[in-house]
Design a protein around this ligand. Structure first.
Ligand SMILES: NC(=O)c1ccc[n+]([C@@H]2O[C@H](COP(=O)([O-])OP(=O)(O)OC[C@H]3O[C@@H](n4cnc5c(N)ncnc54)[C@H](O)[C@@H]3O)[C@@H](O)[C@H]2O)c1
Length: 450
């Protein structure tokens, strides 16, 4: 549910009042519904001269997705999205024309519109001018995103040197950023590398991208975990829902709602990995996706922190993920996609959360190290770092702090559990095999951290 403030300032008398008083008016975000168009209007594809061939290739793909694609801004079109292609820009000055052309149509970007940059990562050995041009896109995109209004977002795809613009993982990421599935992802740049050679071509337009897959979601009884289970099931996966016995009722509710199975298990148990693997294999014949979502908070200033508060958070949020991953890596499963829940606290730090931030920064660390191990078998390990999401966990935060937290991101509101779930489903998608070892923030472009 969108929070009450956002609802109030977008409807009836309270909307008029909020406008008169100059109160912040967070937009109602458009979220994914099957059958609805990918974008809210035509897509403009812009590039500098050197990147024109890549822009042409992307425009062809967008046409294949039945989008109304324009290469010229015209003067009366209201755009649903702008794709700015700067993949071959050699010097910073070469980007000017395309960047300013993008600026000239921003006032015609529709509410809930999208700006997506496509560029290349600076790499070792780049000439200084090339490195400057490539890195410049980072600052540009993050600033541009802060200037967009009405629920519009800006995100970037950053190709590694060996990745081609028309490969499946790049197109899958472009589709996610253009779509309503990325409603609360804003100001983020995601690095995409080459996918495994010989990977089968995926249908990027399907409504059931995870059909036939078996997924395990820990902490699935409520909150973000329950939303992840629902979203993976919506996308076609069979879902094993895991939670502690004390949360058995909620667990059964989620498992029934998604037509999956429930596994009562404390993820800190020494044999948790084995039990998950056994359940998935015996009940569903295999395991393709693991989502490490179970997590707890025990907030205290470090000076007042009791050993039990520190240890519990590290055990559930970090050690359990590590231990389960060790089992999965040893099992050598093919094409396994692991997605771990981190947090913006683990990136930017947060007062009173040294234990939590230690655990979540640790999650980012093991994700990067696990990525190449799973890639050997065609798999991936990625993390999703939510900002402020409306759940039971955040409902326990005092009202005043909660209200301020909602207004800090560029999108001026908290996210919904489904926003995190959409990011997880995106990273669990076989088509995104070229996205590996990455951290995707789902935070509405919260001002903390990068
Ligand atoms: N809500 C937010 O704003 C937010 C922000 C950043 C990150 N996160 C992360 O997202 C994840 C889900 O958060 P949420 O807000 O839905 O939390 P929540 O407290 O609503 O749900 C967490 C679930 O994990 C389960 N769990 C706890 N310990 C467990 C254990 N040992 N074994 C198995 N299950 C266990 C709980 O029973 C519960 O069902 C967590 O990892 C959290 O750190 C949340």
């Amino acid at each position: 549910m969108t929070d009450r403030y956002t609802q109030a300032v977008n409807s009836g008398f309270t909307k008029t009042l909020a406008t008169k008083l100059g109160l912040p008016r967070p937009a109602l975000l458009r979220r994914y519904r099957a059958g609805e168009p990918l974008t809210v209007g035509p897509v403009l594809v812009v590039s500098d001269g050197a990147s024109k061939a890549d822009a042409d290739a992307l425009a062809q793909t967008l046409l294949g997705w039945d989008l109304d694609v324009r290469r010229d801004p015209g003067d009366d079109v209201r755009f649903g999205a702008i794709v700015l292609v700067l993949t071959e820009t050699a010097r910073p000055g070469d980007a000017s024309e395309a960047v300013l052309a993008t600026g000239s149509v921003l006032r015609r970007l529709a509410g809930n519109g999208r700006v997506v940059t496509v560029s290349r990562a600076a790499a070792e050995g780049d000439a200084p001018a090339l490195s400057a041009a490539r890195n410049a896109v980072d600052g540009f995109l993050r600033s541009l995103a802060k200037e967009l209004r009405g629920g519009a977002t800006g995100n970037g795809i950053v190709l590694t040197d060996d990745a081609a613009v028309d490969q499946t993982s790049v197109l899958a990421t472009l589709r996610f950023f253009l779509s309503a599935k990325s409603a609360y992802v804003d100001g983020q740049l995601l690095r995409v590398g080459p996918a495994k050679a010989g990977a089968p071509a995926a249908d990027l337009t399907t409504d059931r991208p995870l059909a036939g897959k078996v997924a395990v979601v820990t902490g699935a009884a409520r909150g973000i975990g329950a939303a992840i289970a629902r979203t993976l099931a919506r996308d076609g996966a069979t879902v094993v829902c895991v939670d502690v016995p004390a949360a058995g009722e909620g667990l059964a509710r989620t498992a029934n709602a998604v037509g999956g199975t429930a596994l009562q298990l404390d993820v800190t148990a020494p044999d948790a990995g084995q039990r998950i693997l056994l359940h998935a294999r015996e009940r569903h014949g295999g395991l393709d996706i693991v989502v490490h979502n179970a997590g707890i908070l025990r907030d205290k200033l470090l000076a007042n922190m009791k050993p039990a508060q520190w240890d519990a958070v590290i055990a559930v949020n970090l050690e359990a993920q590590l231990q389960i991953n060790e089992t999965l890596v040893q099992a050598g499963l093919e094409n396994l996609h692991v997605v771990s829940l981190a947090s913006t606290s683990g990136i930017a730090g947060n007062k009173g959360q040294t234990n939590y931030a230690f655990s979540k920064a640790g999650v980012i660390g093991h994700t990067r190290a696990t990525a190449p191990l799973l890639a050997e078998h065609g798999g991936t390990a990625n993390a999703v770092a939510p900002g402020f999401i409306e759940t039971d966990m955040t409902a326990s935060i005092p009202f005043a702090t909660r209200s301020v937290a909602r207004l800090l991101p560029t999108l001026s509101q908290g996210g919904e559990p489904v926003d995190v779930a959409e990011a997880v489903a995106f990273l669990a998608w076989p088509a995104t095999a070229g996205v590996n070892g990455q951290v995707l923030r789902v935070c509405g472009q919260h001002m903390v951290g990068q």
